[in-house]
Design a protein around this ligand. Structure first.
Ligand code: FMN
Length: 305
């Protein structure tokens, strides 16, 4: 079989391939420049950003589990002003679309941050991280409430022009209604999932490992859980869905496409293996040739039940 077409069509943008390093696991892109050429990627998402600099949580921040990683970083970051400078620097060395992961402690802050990056020509898309604890809602995140999700997504769409990807949390009993609310409010695409809340304890101290008690689980341990949610959401909405959760190989990527994802984000794998994107993109191409798949649309959402 000749050349295969790896491009991923999101409707409003066509990516050269479906591999997008995920927020928080790929720094600001430039940290990975010594390992490989960022131009090979479909796109990449920057670490989540608030308006002001944030120190994040006290250590420990990471804890390994069987096939997974628990993190409690607390969304540390340099603040929006500094990130603008970083983005200008990164955009000068790559033409790959840059996605900003927008955070906020309140709806007002989400809007302010979104507007700041909406104005930058170097930014291709905004990803709304609706899993941030909200101070006005007693620490609950917007992604756990369909009305709040609708209100926030509509507010961002009404005040920005860039394509908006809304990132969903699996820590809710009604992810489909949250997804539908985001779509109804004007989201251009959805990304799912963020980390699953988990608990690690220390037998010696009889205390939780993390100061915040719970932490976010990622990595291969969550792949079957995430794959199920991506399948359910992709069947329910008409906008593109970006699959996230435990992707370590090209085979994992094609499995997400099979259940309906238009593209994927790779997280923990980048922390384990900095050059993972190069390998994964190669594996997708190899596997597509082997399975005689000419383009991703041929298998997208074709899971037989
Ligand atoms: C260390 C770490 C930091 C993360 N930071 C963010 C973040 O800033 N914003 C966000 O939306 N998701 C963040 N995530 C979640 C990832 O983007 C991704 O949704 C999750 O890790 C699941 O994918 P994976 O199993 O491939 O790692 C973070 C994950 C990890 C492991």
């Amino acid at each position: 079989m000749g050349a295969v077409d790896l491009s991923a069509d999101l409707g409003f943008i066509r990516l050269k391939n479906p591999v997008i390093p995920a927020s928080g696991t790929f720094g600001y892109g430039e940290e990975f420049q010594p390992f490989f050429d960022l131009d090979i990627l479909g796109a990449f998402v920057l670490k989540g950003i608030y308006k002001k600099p944030r120190k994040g949580n006290p250590p420990p921040r990471l804890h390994e589990t069987a096939s997974g990683l628990l993190n409690s970083i607390g969304l540390a970051g340099p603040g929006a002003d500094e990130l603008k400078t970083i983005i200008k620097r990164v955009a000068a060395v790559t033409s790959t679309p840059i996605i900003v992961n927008v955070c906020g402690e309140s709806d007002e802050e989400y809007q302010e941050v979104a507007e700041i990056f909406d104005e930058m020509e170097e930014v291709a898309m905004l990803e709304l991280n609706i899993s941030c604890p909200n101070v006005q809602e007693g620490g609950k995140c917007p992604a756990q409430d369909d009305k709040h999700t609708y209100r926030l997504v509509k507010r961002i769409k009404d005040n920005t022009c860039k394509p908006l990807m809304v990132k969903l949390t699996p820590n809710t009993s009604n992810i489909i209604s949250i997804a539908l609310s985001a779509e109804e409010a004007g989201a251009d695409c959805l990304s799912l999932v963020n980390t699953f809340l988990g608990l690690a304890v220390d037998l010696k101290t009889r205390a939780p490992v993390f100061k915040n008690v719970f932490a976010g689980l990622s990595g291969p341990a969550i792949k079957p859980l995430a794959l199920k949610l991506v399948w359910e959401v992709a069947k329910s909405v008409s906008i593109p869905v970006i699959g996230i959760g435990g992707i370590f190989t090209g085979k994992d990527v094609l499995e997400y496409i099979l259940v309906g994802a238009a593209a994927v984000q790779t997280g923990t794998v980048n922390m384990v293996e900095p050059c993972a994107s190069v390998r994964i993109i190669d594996e997708i191409e190899y596997l597509m040739k082997e399975l005689q798949i000419k383009n991703l649309n041929e298998i997208k959402g074709t899971l037989r039940i």
